[in-house]
Design a protein around this ligand. Structure first.
Ligand SMILES: Cc1ncc(COP(=O)(O)O)c(C=O)c1O
Length: 350
């Protein structure tokens, strides 16, 4: 395995800080299934309050939040409307077909953000022929197009159409705090029009494990039943929930540094001949760029960048993606940009 000096693969690589480890180490714990883990309870209350919801449940992963959230919304045969690039559709092993027993219907939203008109065009009066459109699922930020932020108005309008037609609304808030810090809009304002919303603790926030799903008391009660059913209910989970509490106390506002570093990287990439980047697309901590001006495929470029320069990026599509997070400094970003520049130069000269 090559020695990776700077890893821009994903913010999921963020490591727990020494302070976080110390805090988690001495956290009070108990049996979370019985509601007796003080740290889990504190984290759930904290997230419910931050998101302006009645209740919340701590889960092992964001994927489980999506799966359980959507399963609570749906009955077998229902339809989930979501963007074509949405995580439950492309990266959760078809779980919604098994757990929610629902069909996921993809919408092609510009930059992963579909419009109220696109949702309205899919609404029909109830019919014995048509499946029931049950829930609209939204990702904030939108991962695939590069951490793009749903504008609040558009979000409200899309949810408005969904509610008008009796559909529920769900938010995959894996990077909701990134959206909030970048836009200055409170997470509770984004969450207000959503029936269910979750946040991930193990991405930009830097906790090692976990995510929290929030909604009405009734919704969360049913989510607990799903958590139990699929083996997500834990015991002394406070030891990991505490890391989440620490993350929410200390790592939210600092996401702005990740956004500045992403912008810093993007500006340097924009100067490299052969590389193409839409600077306006860099709204949070994800930088997407193409190498259409070089005589090499993007996957080969990423492989060589890792092997020859020790810089890892990902290639989730026909582009390269670099993500900034807690462990990536300004100088890491400068070094990564210099490595990309060197490789681009070597590639151009054959
Ligand atoms: C947008 C989005 N949703 C959901 C997930 C799943 O989160 P987890 O890895 O915690 O299961 C991810 C993970 O990268 C993601 O980017």
């Amino acid at each position: 395995m090559p020695d990776i000096r700077i890893d821009l693969y994903s913010d999921t690589l963020s490591l727990p800080t020494p302070e976080m480890r110390r805090f988690a180490c001495f956290a009070p714990v108990g049996d979370e299934q019985k509601g007796e883990d003080p740290s889990v309870n504190e984290l759930q209350e904290m997230v419910a309050e931050m998101l302006g919801k009645e209740d919340a449940v701590f889960l092992p992963s964001g994927t489980m939040c999506n799966q359980i959230g959507l399963a609570v919304h749906c009955r077998p045969g229902d339809v989930i409307l979501l963007d074509r690039t949405a995580h439950p559709l492309i990266a959760e092993s078809g779980g919604t077909a098994i757990l929610a027993a629902a069909t996921a219907y993809p919408i092609d939203g510009p930059n992963g953000m579909f419009t109220p008109e696109q949702v309205r065009a899919l609404m029909f009066p109830p019919s014995r022929y048509r499946p029931t459109m049950r829930v609209v699922s939204i990702e904030q930020t939108v991962n695939a197009p590069g951490g793009r932020i749903w504008p609040l108005e558009q979000l409200r309008d899309v949810c408005g159409v969904a509610h008008e037609w009796g559909l529920g609304t769900h938010m995959d808030g894996a990077r909701l705090f990134n959206a909030s810090v970048a836009s200055g809009i409170d997470v509770a304002d984004y969450a207000a029009t959503l029936d269910s919303v979750w946040i991930d603790l193990s991405k930009g926030l830097g906790a090692p494990v976990g995510a929290v799903l929030a909604g009405s008391r009734e919704f969360i009660e049913e989510a607990w039943q799903w958590k139990q059913r699929i083996g997500g209910a834990m015991r002394q989970a406070g030891i990991i929930a505490a890391a989440g509490i620490h993350a929410l106390r200390h790592h939210v506002t600092r996401l702005a540094e990740d956004h500045e570093n992403a912008r810093r990287l993007a500006l340097q990439v924009a100067e490299i001949p052969g590389l193409e980047i839409d600077l306006a697309s860099v709204e949070t901590n994800i930088v997407r760029f193409e190498i259409s001006g070089l005589d090499i495929s993007h996957t080969e470029f990423a492989r060589r960048l890792e092997e020859e320069e020790g810089v890892r990026v990902s290639t989730p599509g026909t582009f390269l993606r670099a993500v900034t997070y807690l462990d990536i400094s300004e100088s890491d970003v400068d070094e990564a940009a210099a490595a990309i520049r060197r490789l681009a130069r070597r590639t151009r000269s054959g």
